[in-house]
Each structure stands twice: as C-alpha cells, then as structure tokens.
Design a protein around this ligand. Structure first.
Ligand SMILES: [Zn+2]
Ligand SMILES: [Zn+2]
Ligand SMILES: [Zn+2]
Ligand SMILES: [Zn+2]
Ligand SMILES: [Zn+2]
Length: 368
C-alpha cells in the first residue's frame, strides 16, 4: 500500500513543527511532492546442463568396473537430482548403457602392451663420452705447468708462485717433467668418464636396459576399455537490478534504518507486488523469465518508496519521507539542503580557496 500524499505532507508538517515551524502543507500550492522507489532485486538460479557424450578410452581390462558406474540410456529424459541450495555443486558423470567394451590395443607400435624404446633404438644402451674434462685443472693448459698438456716440455712458463702455491707433486705423464702436473689428471687434461668407466656406452635410462617400454594408452596390458561418457553440470547464475538514491540519502534509506518492503519469489509464476511502479516492473520482469535448463530459483525483491517534498516558501531545504522501521505506518522524514544551497555553499568554498591563495601570495611576497 502506498502512503497517501496527505500522510506524507502531514509527516513533513510534524517534522517542521518539531523544529518550531508551524506550517500547513496540506493546502494546495504550498508544497510539491514527487515520488520515486528504490530497488534492490536479486535473483539466483540453478540450471541443469546436460553435456555432450564423449568417447573415452582407459588402459586395461576394466569392463566390470566401468559397468558399475551410474549409467543412462536417454540423456534428455534421464532423471537427475538437482542439488539443493545455490552453492557450487559437483557435476554428475554418467556412462552410456551398453557402450563399455574391452578391446585389444590398436596402436600400430604396440606389441602386447610393449613398445620399442626410441631413446636407445631398442638396444638398451646409449653412447656416452669415454673421457670427461678434468675438474681439478678445468681441462685446460693448467694440466701441466711445463707442456700445458701438449707433450712438449717447456712449452709453458710456470707462473712465478706456481710451485709454492699449488700442490704439484706429481710428474706429468705426457712430458715427463717432475712436480708440474695437475694431481687429478696427471697432465692429461681429461679423466675417464665415471658413468661408463671409459667404455663409451651406458645403460639407457629411459628403458633401464629393457629395450622396450610399457605402452601408455593401454598401460602395458595390451587392452583398452572404451565407453561413452557424459557430464551433467549444475551451474548457478546470479543477476540483479538496483536503483539507489543519491549518495546523500544512502545512510537514512539503508535497509537497517528504513523499512524496505520485501517479496520472495521462488517460482516462475510468483507475481511481483501490485504496488511496484511500472518503470521498475519493466526492469525486473525480463529478469524473471525462465532461462534454458533452469531447475530452481530464488529471487528477492526489496523496494522502498521515497517521497520528495519541497515547500514553496522554504527553498533552502528538500524533505524526504519513507517508511520507517519504527512501525508499520510510520514515516521517517529527513531533510537535505536544496541544490541552490549546495551550489551557493560550494561557490563560497571555492571563493575562500581563491582568497586563501591570494593571502598566501601577499604574505609570501611581504616576507620575501
Ligand atoms: Zn598398447
Ligand atoms: Zn707435461
Ligand atoms: Zn687436471
Ligand atoms: Zn661415459
Ligand atoms: Zn632404451
């Protein structure tokens, strides 16, 4: 029920008389009254989305296991239990009845579940360098202070402090000079490879020397289990329409202070309240239409009628009246400075800034 113009004007009269002003507003041409309605509409829906059937193939003979899973025959009519509430829900997975089959692995390279190791060309071993750089001398000219690893004695002059600083106690196996060789490689720059012990090949890491590998798609069993599967999801969609007032009225018209009317709509046939203005009705109605796959919904419509009153011989203020939380018929009245006043005050504020700047400039130039 909408409060009558007279109720609104009387509420403003009471508000003014509370401030020592006795005016009669319920007289034609003394006041102007306009109305608007604030709105906070929210809707949440759960839909059922039946996905496309997809072919699946899993390793091994698993017919009996897959056949135990929940199944369907006609997806469109298959009954599904829609999760209650509107929290995130886990999808349901169904297997097409009669689609499960065990078949031998058809991959060309697969031989009873095994495939040749490509890393070693099915030989079980891979090449490996026979020697590696010496870590002690870095594998360079420092291997021998005399021949630098070239077998020619005296090719290189040792650094002045070389013999004292570094322990070069061994003789060079290349040039034969004493106390000049790197103790790790004895002048040869390289050492035998620790992995293959200098043999030049090692066991293949990929197949561990077996030459063959388990075939992944059949899991080494030589068989795959195929079936058709479908996923049913339950996505939740949310939507809203809001009509708020100007920021200067947010606080007094907030749902904790003003008495918003509320209507819950859980069915598509539920009607909007009769007193909802047409402009709002036109914005909310399209949001109420049934959407594809919709299963459940919950919509909440909250609205607050606000009357705006201006008094003809009091243009400084604008009065707003709306249902109060105090009682079923109580009207709360608040007033706000009118637009002219706001503009004038901000004009004064702007002028004060200009004056302040001028004063500062004068003071600064006087001091300077
Ligand atoms: Zn296979
Ligand atoms: Zn040498
Ligand atoms: Zn060395
Ligand atoms: Zn090696
Ligand atoms: Zn291999």
């Amino acid at each position: 029920m909408t409060t009558s113009d007279e109720d609104v004007l009387r509420a403003v009269e009471r508000y003014l008389s509370g401030r020592g002003r006795d005016v009669r507003l319920v007289v034609p041409t003394t006041a102007r009254l306009t109305r608007r309605t604030l709105l906070d509409f929210r809707i949440v829906r759960r839909t059922v989305v039946r996905g496309r059937p997809v072919p699946r193939s899993i390793p091994g003979k698993r017919l009996s296991e897959i056949s135990k899973r929940p199944s369907y025959t006609d997806l469109a009519t298959h009954p599904v239990e829609v999760p209650s509430g509107f929290a995130e829900a886990t999808p349901v997975t169904l297997v097409l009845e009669g689609s499960v089959a065990e078949t031998p692995c058809r991959d060309r390279d697969c031989d009873g579940g095994k495939v040749d190791c490509t890393e070693c060309g099915a030989s079980g071993r891979v090449d490996c360098p026979k020697t590696v750089k010496c870590r002690g001398c870095g594998g360079g000219v420092d291997a021998c202070w005399s021949c630098a690893g070239t077998e020619k004695k005296g090719t290189r002059k040792p650094p002045a402090n070389a013999r004292s600083n570094q322990a070069r106690t061994d003789w060079c196996r290349l040039c034969g000079e004493h106390d000049v060789a790197c103790p790790k490689c004895l002048g040869k720059r390289t050492k035998p490879c620790g992995v293959c012990k200098g043999k030049g090949f090692r066991t293949c890491d990929t197949c561990d020397g077996d030459k063959r590998l388990k075939h992944g798609p059949c899991g080494g069993s030589g068989f795959v289990t195929t079936f058709t599967e479908v996923e049913i999801r339950f996505p939740v969609e949310r939507d809203k329409v809001r009509v708020r007032d100007l920021p200067h009225l947010w606080w007094p018209t907030s749902p904790s202070r003003a008495s918003w009317r509320e209507k819950r709509l859980t069915d598509v046939t539920d009607k909007l309240p009769a007193d909802l203005p047409d402009t709002l009705r036109a914005r909310v109605e399209p949001k109420l239409a049934l959407i594809n796959g919709e299963a459940t919904r919950e919509a909440t419509l909250r609205y607050l009628p606000v009357a705006r009153v201006t008094v003809v011989d009091d243009l400084e203020w604008v009065y707003f009246a709306f249902p109060d939380r105090q009682g079923p018929d109580a009207l709360k009245v608040v007033r706000r400075p009118s637009k002219q006043v706001v503009l004038r005050v901000s004009g004064i504020a702007a002028a004060s800034v200009v004056i302040a700047v001028l004063v500062t400039v004068l003071v600064v130039s006087a001091i300077g």
